[in-house]
Design a protein around this ligand. Structure first.
Ligand SMILES: [Zn+2]
Length: 291
């Protein structure tokens, strides 16, 4: 697939895993954390890639043995909130304590304050963004291009509207989607990268690169994935309509591992490709584009 010719400057690839219950919120098991994370770490070691794991704070105690391996393998520990409530729909007070508690728990368990955040369900709001900024987070990655459409590259948020550019220190890292498809569900890379396959993701990434090229010579590709996608959930018992179950659990397990490797190896071959954690990317971005 043609790609190299599209890259005019640097290409940054940022992979974020939301570490949570299996098919959150449809189960309370953590088999994906226990069995999926070791598979993911193997693939990342093999390809020499570092990435970010945004962890749901209330699963840490029961899964710490496997979670601590993430750090041992050189990846970043970020935050995926405290209990996976849809923060955007909660009161300011309820958002506040969840950000505070999740940050404290992660800092206490991993010995380092998280600086990267991803909202449950990719639902951000302006109060949350200002709270993250106040709590010294450096980067949020909750803006889904498929849903919001306007931003296709990282930006500092406005304190009036988190989806617009402004002066906050927090950097928003939009999650990659195909900007030329109107239907949010169809333009999203997820879950099609594992259901349709790597080819679909490559096509959408190509189209995002084309769009980003309208703005300059920096290309940034951001993924949202989950450890539970890397174990087979197709036969798992979930109280869900068939169609929804197919969308959530389709292609999980071996197929997902194969597609994941395929996409990563393809991206690694591209001109000037750098794979990095979100935290490290923040430093790179500040040097490229001073605030
Ligand atoms: Zn989540």
């Amino acid at each position: 697939m043609q790609f190299g010719a599209l890259i005019m400057g640097n290409l940054y690839v940022l992979i974020g895993f939301d570490v949570e219950h299996d098919a959150e919120p449809f189960s309370d098991t953590c088999e994906g954390v226990k069995k999926g994370i070791p598979s993911i770490l193997n693939v990342l070691d093999e390809l020499d890639i570092q990435c970010t794991f945004n962890i749901l704070a209330n699963i840490i105690d029961d899964n710490f043995d496997v979670l601590k391996q993430i750090k041992t393998h050189g990846h970043e520990i970020g935050c995926h909130s405290y209990d996976h409530e849809a923060l955007a729909f909660l009161s300011d007070e309820e958002i506040h304590w969840r950000v505070e508690k999740a940050t404290e728990v992660i800092q206490k368990k991993f010995g380092e304050r998280p600086v990267t955040f991803r909202s449950p369900y990719l639902l951000g709001n302006t109060f949350l963004i200002k709270k993250l900024n106040e709590y010294h987070y450096l980067l949020d990655s909750s803006y889904l291009i498929a849903h919001h459409k306007t931003q296709v590259l990282p930006y500092h948020q406005s304190e009036i509207d988190w989806t617009s550019k402004g002066e906050l220190n927090l950097l928003e890292l939009p999650v990659s989607s195909d900007p030329y498809i109107d239907d949010p569900e169809k333009s999203d890379l997820w879950p099609w990268w594992r259901i349709i396959g790597a080819k679909d993701a490559k096509l959408k990434i190509n189209r995002l690169i084309t769009k980003q090229n309208e703005y300059g010579k920096i290309n940034v590709i951001t993924f949202y994935l989950h450890p539970w996608e890397f174990i087979n959930l197709e036969k798992a018992r979930m109280d869900l309509p068939d169609e929804q179950k197919k969308r959530i659990c389709g292609g999980t397990g071996e197929k997902a591992i194969g597609n994941f490797k395929d996409i990563l190896m393809w991206l690694k071959k591209q001109k000037n490709a750098t794979f990095t954690t979100m935290k490290a990317f923040r430093t790179i971005w500040d040097e490229l584009i001073p605030i």
